[in-house]
Design a protein around this ligand. Structure first.
Ligand SMILES: Nc1nc2c(c(=O)[nH]1)N[C@H]1C(S)=C(S)[C@@H](COP(=O)(O)OP(=O)(O)OC[C@H]3O[C@@H](n4cnc5c(N)ncnc54)[C@H](O)[C@@H]3O)O[C@H]1N2
Ligand code: MOO
Length: 411
């Protein structure tokens, strides 16, 4: 006999999920495979950068206060080694950008301000001491803290770590997430469905969504509606992964087996949420790991993922910022209200005259994945009898910041 699940509000459901997940144990990872991972340690410089005084221009290394003109060229210092040169009054050395400043010199004059003839260099301007010289430690001083634990590693942080020789760092690992499709009617996308069958889209949608939030998807394939088979797949997923996401089989049908399996193997925290789409969304923990049993309809599963699974996976990966931005938007057209459940209405936002304007993606059936295609926002429409009027302001969850300006046609 299936337990009767209380319907809870979406906010309460998210709270329940977020309370039960924690960041994974930090690991040592390659700096160069850590894009978008979260650093779990403070990082300090172990050397000065630049490590030697060097030129920031192509020109001549000189003694700034020397008044001799022209000066004798004693040699050249290019980047990558130390030449045997000593700059003294009356002399100068050719130098290139990034090359070490020869001993004796204290400034660089750009080649543009000089004339060179017969081994002599005429300076057409004066320079001050330290001009165009990058001193030791100017960019980073030894022992300085350069990154803080909790930082998300982007291109610049990865480059910074490389510049200090840190080829590995301690970071929160990417959660491994098992993804399972369920249902007797579901077949692989490359199959020709027999009458009554449909192709699996959810597993591919959800694995892509897992990857988008920086986690690692692991396919568990398709499970048919048999208790023993589904139980084995659930346990297999949890034995190798940090979280499990299933789709289908959580509603009221006689073959909707997922909830009872999760009840037997672990603890179901909720099994029904007051939202459209996604009402039968079920959340459980089994062996201490989160299990998200998403509804089978393709839009219901993806919207549920976006609202509940994504923030949980981000928290497991050590992120502090886990929620999408919420902004007020103006409706371009009238939308019918739903007096049954609060709705997450798929829409496209565009920037018009300083406002974000929302256009519905059309028919909002939970089966119609096209209602997600092109959507960059979910309008959060409260439950109400009357319609939402064109020009009215509603709140929206931004799914992606859309690029807001086209690049002018170069032709
Ligand atoms: N008597 C009731 N029936 C239903 C209720 C209800 O409250 N009482 N809730 C409805 C709502 S709301 C939803 S959402 C669905 C969710 O049901 P399930 O999670 O059990 O999903 P299924 O029945 O297995 O599938 C629903 C639908 O989606 C198709 N599907 C399933 N998996 C996939 C997949 N991997 N790829 C593509 N499409 C998939 C499946 O064939 C069905 O058409 O329940 C309502 N029913
Ligand atoms: O809650 Mo269901 O997701 O509306 O179709």
């Amino acid at each position: 006999m299936m337990r009767d699940y209380e319907t809870i509000e979406a906010d309460t459901a998210l709270d329940t999920v977020m309370r039960s997940v924690a960041p994974l144990a930090p690991q040592t990872v390659s700096t160069f495979a850590a894009l978008d991972m979260v650093l779990a340690e403070d990082v300090f410089a172990n050397e000065d950068l630049p490590p030697f005084p060097c030129s920031s221009k192509d020109g001549f290394a000189v003694i700034a206060n020397d008044t001799t003109n022209p000066r004798r060229l004693i040699g050249e210092q290019t980047a990558g080694y130390i030449a045997d040169l000593q700059v003294e009054p009356g002399t100068c050395a050719r130098i290139t950008t990034g090359a070490p400043l020869p001993p004796g010199a204290d400034a660089v004059i750009m080649v543009e301000y000089t004339q060179e003839a017969d081994g002599m260099v005429t300076m057409e301007t004066t320079v001050k001491p330290r001009a165009d010289v990058r001193p030791v430690g100017q960019d980073i001083a030894n022992h300085q803290q350069v990154l803080a634990a909790g930082t998300r590693l982007g291109p610049q942080e990865i480059g910074l770590l490389a510049s200090l020789g840190y080829t590995s760092v301690t970071a929160y690992p990417r959660p491994r997430v098992a993804v399972l499709s369920t249902g007797n009617e579901i077949v692989e996308p490359d199959a020709q469905p027999a009458p009554g069958q449909i192709r699996d889209s959810n597993r591919y949608t959800l694995m892509a969504a897992v990857q988008r939030c920086g986690a690692e998807p692991v396919s568990l394939g398709i499970g048919t509606d048999r208790g023993d088979e589904l139980t084995a797949l659930v346990m297999q997923g949890l034995s190798t992964c940090d979280a499990l996401v299933t789709s289908g089989g959580v509603s009221m049908g006689k073959l909707d087996l997922i909830k009872p399996i999760l009840e037997t193997e672990g603890q179901v925290h909720f099994g029904r949420v007051n939202m459209k789409p996604g009402k039968p969304l079920t959340y459980a923990t089994v062996a201490g790991k989160p299990v998200f049993a998403l509804p089978g309809f393709p839009v219901s599963s993806l919207v549920s993922f976006e609202l509940f699974v994504r923030p949980a996976l981000l928290r497991m990966a050590g992120h502090h910022l886990v929620l999408r931005p919420r902004i007020p938007v103006t409706l371009a057209t009238t939308l019918q209200g739903d007096n049954g459940r609060p709705e997450f209405h798929r829409a496209q936002l565009t920037r018009e005259g300083g406002n974000w304007v929302a256009r519905s993606t059309g028919m909002q059936s939970s089966a119609r994945l096209l209602s997600m295609v092109g959507a960059n926002a979910l309008l959060t429409l409260p439950r109400q009898d009357k319609s939402f009027e064109a020009g009215e302001s509603v709140m929206a969850i931004m799914l992606d910041y859309p690029e807001s300006e086209p690049y002018p046609d170069p032709s």
